[in-house]
Ligand binder design. Structure first.
Ligand SMILES: NC(=O)C1=CN([C@@H]2O[C@H](COP(=O)(O)OP(=O)(O)OC[C@H]3O[C@@H](n4cnc5c(N)ncnc54)[C@H](O)[C@@H]3O)[C@@H](O)[C@H]2O)C=CC1
Ligand SMILES: O=C(O)C(=O)[C@H](O)COP(=O)(O)O
Length: 392
């Protein structure tokens, strides 16, 4: 089987070699950058991609042998699924695979603001947070915000309309979203239908937000209108906007940088566990489809064998933390400010954007937080808050 994979998928070569070691005939090749070249596509039977590779009719026409396509991402809008289906190609994404990392991103943004202000940010004093999209990443973000002490509501009209059981209560009250102190966006990119998300936060909505509202977008760029943000900037509206994703990626809205509280190059999901988990899931799905029996290590074993994974320090705290102390624990594991700094210092070009992502430093997850045992951890709501912070 000829497997072609994005070269920046961690451990992809190792997992391909495990297939070979199990006795299966695998010819393995990788591609650099956004699109594979025509010679590679001409022979590929299996294609493993990330969010930057566009799979459309043009690519499919170049890949006549393609039978299995996998993207190590949650989002799938870069794949023309109708065209893929029409060709009879089996397609898989990796739902939820980097959701914990996205939750950590939101936690780090709040932690950095808490440290800056000296208290948990809440313009209304009511500590209201609205998650937009109650799926994997939205719930992971909601869990961290609850750990910080926010009252979290989940806006998700598609789920609300379906009246099905869901892991968290959902609502369809938009006013509750725009009134919140923190709004964190976690929807797929949807252009049409009953619940489109493109332009969900358009100029009118953005201009209606109260000063000091925190708006975090770690979903897809076109969900928040950059023109709308420009209008808010022109009016000197005091929003605290955190953007991980951009309307015209890989081009960022460089003119907005001075207005943004934190700006990052689409790395919210880029923990090592999130990325390795994506590679592993794709190999598991592909080998299952192929009818192969390969004993892959589990995610913990794969991570344990990685030498460059940061080891978070053990935190000693004899009493329950203040919001600022809790924030410092989060920042000791993942500090969004370092990502923000790297983006601001790099030239605002497409190639630099891609390079920042390709050379992203190894990042641990909040689930690795280690506390020296102390009595307070068993008192009040701390057992729950600590679990929520770690996303468990
Ligand atoms: N910045 C990054 O690094 C990452 C970004 N993402 C993006 O985040 C998106 C969401 O990921 P998950 O939470 O894992 O997806 P999911 O599929 O688990 O959940 C998405 C939720 O959004 C809801 N939704 C759909 N349309 C909506 C609307 N108009 N208003 C409110 N809610 C709506 C759905 O009902 C669903 O519950 C992905 O599709 C991807 O585009 C995902 C991972 C990493
Ligand atoms: O999973 C998704 O959806 C994402 O946006 C990814 O975290 C983006 O990662 P890459 O595949 O572009 O590295």
């Amino acid at each position: 089987m000829r497997i072609l994979a994005d070269a920046s998928m961690p451990l992809v070569e190792k997992l391909a070699s495990l297939c070979q070691a199990a006795g299966y005939a695998v010819e393995f090749d990788t591609f650099q950058g956004r699109q594979p070249n025509a010679a590679q596509l001409a022979v590929a039977e299996v294609l493993l991609i990330r969010s930057i590779t566009r799979v459309d009719q043009t690519l499919l026409d170049q890949a006549p042998q393609l039978r299995w396509l996998g993207t190590a991402t949650i989002g799938t809008e870069h794949v023309d699924t109708d065209a893929v289906q029409a060709r009879g190609i089996c397609f898989h994404s990796t739902p939820g695979v980097n959701a914990q990392a996205v939750g950590d991103y939101v936690a780090s943004a709040i932690a950095a603001l808490t440290e800056h202000l000296g208290h948990l940010p809440s313009r209304s004093g009511r500590k209201m947070a609205a998650i937009v999209g109650a799926g994997h990443t939205g719930r992971a973000a909601g869990s961290r915000l609850r750990a910080f002490g926010y009252h979290v509501s989940y806006y998700d009209p598609p789920i609300a309309a379906a009246f099905t059981e869901h892991p968290v209560p959902v609502h369809a009250d938009w006013q509750r979203v725009v009134d919140a102190d923190v709004i964190s966006i976690h929807v797929p990119l949807i252009a049409d239908g009953l619940y489109p998300t493109v332009g969900l936060f358009d100029e009118t909505t953005l201009l209606s937000l109260a000063d000091d509202t925190i708006l975090i977008n770690a979903s897809r760029g076109p969900v928040v209108s950059e023109a709308g943000l420009r209008a808010a900037k022109a009016r000197e509206q005091q929003l605290r906007v955190i953007l991980d994703v951009w309307e015209h990626e890989p081009i960022i809205a460089a003119d907005l940088l001075p207005y943004l509280t934190f700006a990052t190059p689409h790395i919210a999901g880029h923990s090592v566990a999130g990325k390795v988990g994506g590679t592993l899931q794709l190999f598991q799905l592909f080998t299952q489809w192929a009818g192969w029996t390969v004993a892959f290590p589990d995610l913990a074993q794969l991570l344990g064998a990685m030498a460059d994974l940061p080891k978070p320090p053990v935190i000693h705290a004899e009493r329950a933390p203040s919001a600022v102390e809790l924030a410092s624990w989060v920042l000791s594991i993942y500090d969004i400010r370092a990502d923000d700094e790297r983006l601001r210092q790099a030239p605002a070009t497409a190639s630099e954007f891609d390079a920042l992502r390709r050379h992203y430093p190894a990042r641990a997850e909040l689930s690795t937080l280690q506390l020296q045992p102390a009595a307070w951890q068993l008192e009040g709501n701390w057992p729950q808050r600590l679990r929520l912070l770690k996303g468990s």
